[in-house]
Design a protein around this ligand. Structure first.
Ligand code: MEV
Length: 350
């Protein structure tokens, strides 16, 4: 019987606490309404064939055995995505003994790449879930999340559990001292502006270097913290307090207070040096035209790395103006709703 498994996982935004979470401080993240879908089906030839289309940026098809890549749109960023797929297959072979019978993996993503929106975590979660279902490996959500986190760690060297938790569970998660807690909070309407997401023309080597930028930025923050530990400890404690107060503000629908906390969080991210010029510009632009608050979301960037990344904006009543202003400033602009569904798995037996 032919079988097709389809698994999809959402992108994420970190609302509060990125970087500080690496040091055990609280971070609040939410799933957003952009998804990545992985379809797994059988094929006649043995081994894995992977086809990836990142709708905003690239497309590539590759036979993992003969290592030939067939770009059909562009494969600038595919080197990074394929690393997560390959590592996921390796982990499942090792831990659960899944076979090498002919497998077709087709990935379609609506998540801009290397923009701080969790495209890697969504790739790991959906690939692992689809392959487990295809090979009949029993697994609950916690098992899928744990395996996806292992893959992120193996590929990136460092990662907090934030991204894989959100891609798996959806909704909102609070991460504190490495522990993940799911929260039930109301939906927020946000705008996300991305700049410098990997362009169509970029070569594979450069794209994979950018893919590893989070690791470099986290290392740079650690270096600075080691230079000024007493200063940084206060900044980190303030960030932790902001996350706590922000949760209360969302619970009580206090949007003006939430906006103010977003602005302070942005100030702290700037203080630790992860807000490059272009992202700072997008934050200021949004605030000038009436946003309640705007901040970098995800790892941010470093001035000497070139600007690539995203800002999230709490628009208040100025949504239309903010979108135009961000577009004029050269950003890819997305309307975002927080707190949507997590991992979805469907089987199609024919
Ligand atoms: C990256 O999306 C968020 C960081 O806090 C790193 C991590 O949590 O692994 C910068």
């Amino acid at each position: 019987m032919a079988k097709k498994i389809r698994a999809s996982a959402p992108a994420k935004v970190i609302l509060f606490g990125e970087h500080f979470v690496v040091y055990g401080k609280r971070a609040l993240a939410a799933a957003i309404n952009r998804r990545l879908t992985v379809e797994v089906s059988s094929r006649e030839k043995e081994g894995y064939h992977v086809k990836i289309e990142n709708i905003p940026t690239f497309g590539m098809a590759m036979d993992l055995e003969d290592k030939k890549a067939y770009p059909y749109k562009d494969y600038g960023g595919a080197a990074k995505a394929i690393a997560y797929v390959r590592e996921s297959i390796g982990l499942l072979e090792e831990r659960y003994g899944i076979g090498k019978e002919g497998v077709e993996i087709e990935i379609k993503s609506e998540i801009p790449l290397s923009a701080g929106l969790g495209s890697s975590a969504a790739t790991c979660v959906a690939t692992i879930a689809a392959l487990k279902a295809f090979f009949g490996v029993r697994s609950d959500l916690d098992g899928i999340r744990a395996d996806a986190h292992r893959v992120e760690l193996a590929v990136q060297g460092a990662a907090s559990p934030v991204d894989t938790a959100i891609s798996t569970y959806g909704g909102y998660v609070l991460v504190e001292e490495g522990n993940v807690r799911r929260l039930h909070l109301a939906e927020l309407t946000l705008i996300v502006g991305c700049v410098g997401c990997i362009p169509l023309s970029m070569d594979t080597k450069k794209a994979s270097e950018i893919g590893l930028k989070t690791k470099k930025i986290v290392e740079e923050v650690r270096r600075r913290k080691d230079t000024f530990p007493d200063v940084y400890n206060h900044i980190f404690d303030a960030a932790d307090e902001i996350t706590g107060q922000a949760i209360e503000a969302i619970e009580h629908c206090e949007l003006a207070k939430l906006g103010a906390l977003i602005r302070i969080n942005q100030g702290l991210l700037d203080a630790i040096g992860v807000v490059p010029g272009r992202l700072s510009e997008l934050v200021k632009t949004s605030q000038e035209v009436g946003a309640l608050g705007a901040k970098v979301t995800g790892a941010g960037g470093l001035d000497d790395m070139g600007s690539i990344g995203s800002v999230l904006v709490l628009p208040g009543k100025s949504e239309a103006k903010i979108k135009v202003a961000l577009e004029l400033a050269g950003a890819l602009v997305m309307d975002v709703k927080t707190g949507g569904a997590g991992l979805k798995i469907e089987a199609d037996h024919r």
